[in-house]
Design a protein around this ligand. Sequence first.
Ligand SMILES: [Zn+2]
Length: 446
Amino acid sequence: MDLLSQIGCRDWEEAGRKMHEFASELFPICRSITGDGIRQTLAMIGDRIPLEISSVPSGTEVFDWTVPKEWNIRDAFIQDARGQRVVDFRNCNLHVLNYSVPVHSTMPLEELRKHLFTIPEHHDWIPYRTSYYKPEWGFCLSHRQLESLRDGDYSVRIDSSLEDGRLNYGECYLRGRSSDEVLISVHACHPSLANDNLSGVVVSAFLAKALSGQELHYSYRFLFIPGTIGAITWLARNQERVQRIRHGLVLTCVGDSGGFHYKRSRRGDAEIDRAVAHVLRHCGESSEMLEFSPYGYDERQYCSPGFNLPVGCLMRSVWGSFPEYHTSADNLDFIKPQQLARTLRVCADTIDVLENNRRYVNQSPFCEPQLGKRGLYPSTGGAGLADALSARLWVLNLSDGQHSLLDIGERSGLPFSSIKEAADTLLAGGLLALSPERAEHSSDTA
Ligand SMILES: [Zn+2]
């Protein structure tokens, strides 16, 4: 697949740069699970890929949850007795406890302290805190800022609103030959945080752009949603169609300098789990496989027992495990263009596996066919040729209609791309025939 030209890039380096630029454009917006911030974010994604935006009214019941009131914020500050803003939302949107109810009051420092959050271990970092489902107000500030506050009265103002409104999410649907779907889901509800939130958003948006206009077997559904409540809402409104989802990935924290981590689906051995494991083994970076657990991001909802969808979670550093997580240090310097590009590549390679994971039947299964007389035996030496021969021999041997190309890749230790190339060559040379069924059962009804 010619993915790079589809996103208007000459090479992966340029793709990384462009993704980082898009993250920089989205970074200043004060997002939350509802409100103008996420709407503006969805509109900016919609400028790049076809995006259908859904609106769900506050108060809508979604399984055991209720869509909350819509939160918007205009300004917030703590002002000292001289009228100086000592904490100012305009400098950093993390300063306000996300979903704070409005407040306009004057109080002594002692009372104000109950509403202040800091990270004592990191003096200059501002924490990111939320209170979506409990009416609360508060400020997040650096510990250094807190220590500089003298006793006395402070004027406190949070100019926010929490009213009946809407929850919004965006969907980009790319139709393939089959109505079976691949789901890619990212949360887009965090304010100025880069790795947790924006890295997944930009990689997903670029992946959608790269796939649009390609000849695809599967249909692809990209979701840009508020975390937890967004996934729950989407699942509640699409309960009938989720069985079409054959493979799925949640992308989060995919731009930092760490190696890859992949959390398997609840099923543990879904084709997506095997495909990602295979791609990561050959990606040239360190990677670790993690078993499913019921904490994390929206894979929790997709993998809840009623759905049990084959959805895993691709990360670099694992959420919650790096000190910058949910702090102002998760900024645009924390995510690297090169890392975003490599993640995009891993996603594209995984999709390549899913799209092409077919079974073949050797048409000359009694002893080895003579490759030389068909011009299929590499005539000169070299490591590349040895691998090419090895891939052809593996494909011929295991193409009995039972083994998929991914099975052959796993068993041979060769990358999927080599196995696929060998299968293409042998198919063209008349030694293979396509097995009528795809590797996994599917319903081609589109
Ligand atoms: Zn988060």
